[in-house]
Write a protein that binds this ligand. Structure first.
Ligand code: GAL
Length: 377
């Protein structure tokens, strides 16, 4: 990362939850987003939403904005455009969510992953899709969509549990009528066996690029009940054949990963659709675990922190050149009028070695006095 970027001069405030205009004076349209930092510039990718309930499906594609200071954003256009040509997997009306972009120095390509639900279905497709570009702003070319890790067993299950379902087990599982909701009868250790052959379900997702150059895809799998962490291959366009399941039956959604002091911290949410809920923090000494849940990373009055400041996480941004500085990014969804969804960006403050998030009406980056964040009341 380049420590010489100009963020240390920034005094432009960020207003979490307010309408955030780009440099043209138009509200930023990049929901469920993520940020790429490349050669001194920030690139914010997110879902372009339209007005009305049909805006919950893709009509335009992935929008990208660029910034030098994280406060002022310039519209850089549509990075990945929906494609209505015959055979396209990303036509108008598909679900295209949570796009994330990382750069692969080996291939020189910018690699975008997103959650894809084919047009005409609900959320049962549970696919991941990949698009690549030669420049950060695109245009991104759709490469493929898949269900992760077909024919590969997770690393952290016993040999005895690496077996396909029997016909009776398959019938019993189908009879449970699992969709994506956290039913109390969710069977914690069986869905991955059902999906061994065709690939694992993948809905809410993120990418994480580690400091050793390895990249990971983290996604809500097994009918949302269990997260998977899967390494990507050298090109970052496929899975590498190595993955683990974590927190079976805990229904974590909206994963966002960061690393600090050699430890991995995972922010996530509970599973309540567009409605905000209590955030969750987990951590591990290695990406491969063991993972431990710590509870709610949000600090402040109960009403605010019970629903994560009325938002759901989408990304944790490490501020380049700034030790211990991270930005918590989340969506305040407006499912009845998605274009009016808001962005809740807040500074992360470490307390007793744990990343925490507190509300600020306004704050600046990075001159914000992180140590003065309010403590739990
Ligand atoms: C949310 C998720 C969104 C979208 C939505 C659909 O929990 O974070 O990305 O998938 O559910 O209901």
């Amino acid at each position: 990362m380049n420590p010489s970027i100009a963020t240390s001069d920034s005094t432009k405030p960020i207003h979490p939850g307010e309408v955030w205009n780009d440099t043209n004076g138009v509200p930023i349209n990049a929901h469920g987003g993520g940020i790429l930092f490349h050669e001194g510039t920030f690139w914010w990718f997110g879902e372009h939403k339209i007005a009305g309930e049909e805006g919950n499906r893709a009509h335009v594609g992935v929008h990208v904005y660029t910034s030098q200071d994280l406060a002022e954003w310039t519209d850089a256009g549509i990075a990945l455009t929906v494609d209505d040509s015959p055979g396209s997997e990303i036509p108008t009306g598909c679900v295209l969510e949570r796009p994330k972009v990382i750069f692969n120095p080996r291939t020189g390509k910018f690699v975008m992953w997103f959650h894809l639900e084919p047009k005409g279905g609900g959320y049962e497709g549970a696919r991941s899709a990949v698009a690549i570009a030669d420049k950060p702003a695109g245009p991104y070319q759709f490469l493929h969509s898949l269900r992760p890790n077909a024919g590969v067993w997770p690393e952290n299950v016993q040999a005895v549990d690496k077996c396909r379902l029997t016909i009776d087990e398959a019938d019993d599982l189908a009879a449970l009528g699992l969709g994506g909701a956290p039913f109390p009868w969710y069977p914690k250790n069986i869905c991955y066996r059902r999906d061994f052959e065709g690939g694992q379900m993948a809905r809410d997702m993120t990418l994480f690029l580690d400091d050793d150059g390895a990249a990971y895809h983290i996604y809500a799998s097994e009918n949302n009940g269990t997260l998977h962490i899967s390494q990507l291959d050298d090109d970052f366009t496929m899975h590498a054949g190595r993955y683990i399941r974590i927190f079976p039956g805990r229904f974590h959604e909206a994963p966002a990963l960061m690393k600090e002091g050699g430890r991995y911290f995972l922010f996530s949410s509970d599973c309540t659709g567009w409605a905000p809920n209590t955030a969750r923090l987990s951590s591990a000494p290695s990406i491969w675990g063991p993972w431990e849940e710590h509870g709610n990373p949000c600090l402040g009055p109960g009403a605010l922190i019970a629903n994560c400041f009325e938002s759901q996480p989408n990304f944790i941004l490490p501020v380049p050149g700034e030790i211990d500085r991270f930005v918590f990014m989340a969506d305040r969804w407006r499912p009845r009028n998605p274009i009016d969804g808001r962005y809740v960006w807040l500074p992360i403050a470490f307390q007793h070695g744990m990343p925490t998030v507190s509300w600020h009406d306004t704050w600046t980056l990075p001159s914000h006095p992180i140590s003065s964040a309010p403590t739990l009341e």
